[in-house]
Design a protein around this ligand. Structure first.
Ligand code: DQA
Length: 151
């Protein structure tokens, strides 16, 4: 299926250190690179007729700017806020103002890890939370989000 130019894209936002996927702690995060994850999400969107816009930043303020931009510019949001998941009230507030469906993704299973990773400032605003499936989690999140897109 081809992507309609009128359809707003799904935004995929990736937080700090996720640019290092593939080399960073592969026993936790796997060996798939961020570029490979993004290529596969764009292809998955293309097959469903939805454009996908993928971005990564190591900066909290940049991610907040993109969430604000996404309010008007996107039809849904997939976010792995990485460590900011556990710390950022500001990011949480930005997500609270996002009107479309949000899917939260984590590559690792947060519940098998340190207690400080058990709290998420993202989850209260997410329709679904997928963690522990590695790169596959993004595919699952995309599939679930596409199903829930408003016409
Ligand atoms: C992560 C889990 C976070 O706790 C961690 O800070 C990350 C990655 C994950 O995808 O498993 O950077 O979000």
């Amino acid at each position: 299926m081809t992507v309609s130019p009128a359809q707003k894209p799904i935004f995929v936002l990736q937080g700090p250190n996720l640019n290092l996927l593939g080399e960073r702690e592969p026993h936790l995060y796997g060996t798939t690179t961020l570029a490979e994850i993004h290529d596969s999400l764009v292809a998955q969107g293309e097959a469903a007729g939805v454009a996908v816009e993928c971005r990564q930043s190591n900066h909290e303020g940049q991610l907040i700017e993109w969430i604000q931009e996404a309010r008007m510019a996107s039809c849904g949001l997939i976010i792995n806020a990485a460590a900011l998941t556990h710390t950022s009230v500001a990011l949480s507030d930005a997500l609270a103002a996002y009107p479309q469906t949000i899917m939260e993704v984590h590559l690792s299973n947060l519940w098998k890890r340190e207690a400080f990773r058990h709290h998420s400032y993202v989850s209260p605003y997410a329709t679904g939370v997928i963690c522990g499936l590695g790169a596959e989690g993004y595919t699952v999140a995309m599939q679930a989000l596409i199903k829930r897109l408003k016409p």
